[in-house]
Design a protein around this ligand. Structure first.
Ligand code: ADE
Length: 234
């Protein structure tokens, strides 16, 4: 029986580095999800909407200062063209709200995400004020290529789209699910250079293994990321 797949989530990425996103969408789980029609990712060059002989998409900042700012006209036109009333328009910015597993899950329920990636000193504030619904940062550092931030977001979001991870169990027990870090994992050989796999994992006692794994997750979270608290002991 052929099972029809419907595209559950579409992305349009607007950036000056469309190849960055294209290179990443050709590979791995994201590439397979596109092939299978579960998601769609279109990477678009903001310069396509820039006017003039040189298609300049950026200009010097009013008031002086270093760097270049993305001009409002190409961005307004690009966002108008690709978005619909159902779209969520997200600006990738180091001063945005912090991207987390919770936000990845929330965005995975969207129909259409338009990810706007700036560069250098950012984009004209009028775009942020009038067209952007959410502003998101992937961490406290500044990238020169915002398309990298968009790629990171896409990767983390699509894992939460049903059917994208071959085995639906794959999300269970991984870091940040239940506000806990993941547990240590081992594979063959049982002993390597004298380093042994914990005995319990070879016991075949599934209940005891589940308990051990949970304890490991709690201990590791307390040690490395106490800020994730709200840990339970069940
Ligand atoms: N663009 C430049 N730096 C960024 C960051 N840390 N997060 C999201 N977008 C960015």
């Amino acid at each position: 029986m052929i099972r029809m797949m419907t595209t559950q989530l579409r992305f349009d990425v607007l950036s000056l580095f469309p190849q960055t996103v294209e290179a990443f969408t050709q590979d791995s789980i994201v590439g397979k999800a596109i092939e299978r029609g579960l998601i769609d990712v279109q990477s678009r060059d903001i310069r396509n909407w820039a006017k003039g002989k040189h298609r300049e998409a950026d200009d010097r900042p009013f008031g002086g200062g270093a760097g270049m700012v993305l001009k409002p006209e190409p961005l307004f036109e690009a966002i108008d063209e690709v978005s619909t009333p159902q779209s969520t328009v997200v600006y990738m910015a180091p001063d945005g709200e912090k991207f987390t597993s919770k936000l990845a899950k929330e965005f995975s329920q969207s129909e259409h995400l338009v990810l706007v990636s700036g560069h250098y000193e950012g984009i004209d504030q009028r775009v942020r004020d009038h067209l952007i619904h959410r502003e998101v940062s992937i961490g406290d550092y500044v990238l020169t290529n915002g398309a990298l931030a968009a790629s990171v977001m896409i990767d983390a979001i699509v894992r939460h789209v049903p059917g994208v991870l071959g085995d639906d169990q794959s999300l269970i027990g991984e870091s940040f699910e239940d506000r806990l870090l993941g547990c240590p994992q081992y594979t063959r050989p049982e002993e390597f250079r004298g380093f042994k796999v914990p005995e319990i994992l070879l016991s075949g006692n599934h209940e005891a293994i589940a308990r051990w794994r949970h304890e490991q997750r709690v201990e590791k979270t307390r040690r490395l990321r106490p800020d994730l608290e709200t840990i339970t002991n069940q």
